[in-house]
Design a protein around this ligand. Sequence first.
Ligand code: HSE
Length: 365
Amino acid sequence: MKTAILGAGCVGGGLLHILDESGVAQAARIVEREGSLCTDPRVTHDINEVLRDGGIEAVAEAIGGVGAAYEYVLAALKCGKHVVTANKQLVAERGAELHAAAQKSGAALLFSAACGGGIPFLRELAAAARYDDVLSLGGILNGTANYILDLMQQGGSFEHALAEAQALGYAEADPSADIDGHDTARKCALGCAVAFGELPAQSSILMEGIRYITAEDVRELASRGLCCRLTAYAERREGGLFACVQPELFTLDSAPAAVRQNYNRAWYYLRYGGLFALTGQGAGALPTGGAMARDLCDIMAGTRTMLAQGCRSAAADGDKEYKYYIRVSGEGTEYTARISAREMHRRAKELRGQGKEVFFAALDE
Ligand code: HSE
């Protein structure tokens, strides 16, 4: 299948390398912005060359963001070209609209590379949602945050770990998306769309990142046999959709504690099938480029969508109770009884508004 790669940076470059070596699909053109240093003869700066080329059946979008990426993907779908994308922001913000455009033209829209890096999480989730009810889903979905938390647990500093994650190509262009939870929240939204047919607005997902964790927090938690991971959790109940991203505590002998470096561990829970968990590299050029190649193979095998008919935008307005570890500057640390997640997140914002530094992490026991 002749394919155009949009953006040959970290992930797009990984895909290009894989396609050129494996030949599973032909990387026929590469669309790069003006001024790009890429000297490959397949490079064009004009998306219309791709759109007008009837021999190109698919585009693989790895530009990122929702500017040119949105414009190009929508145009490609309208032309009937299949699309694979690793762009979670694009699908989280414009997924319902792009899905409708794909359905209208009969083109495929696959985005398994947008969540979990190389892990086929969304792919398996989409398959499971066809034969069972997904009751809940979540996990460690950001490689950069996990890399930082893992290195801090071994005594490293937050800043050093972040710089390494950036050098290794794990972090987003703006790493605050990794650290503050936006990236995990987008991936959580994609999971909800695939599993529940509801794409929650980003603003409705409860979100707390790892920006405020300190070496003292890590030591205090370790002294109680606990470690911290940044996790997503979502469930669909009669009371509504609940979706939350927050630091979460696990015992040192648990499966999430064993997730090291840039690895992710994504899970889903089925009414009949019970718990499924998938672990693998959650970020990086080759794992994520490989996931895009996987989606291209699925298109060649006939797959056209990962979303149920009628997937719609929604608000995640449910709630859930957790115990919390909280540290407030000048007030010390506290382990709470079970309290509402909404109330905890609201309280942290209020305290920060009063100039306090706050770190909190959930314990689901
Ligand atoms: N910045 C993301 C991460 C890349 O660290 O997980 C993969 O989605």
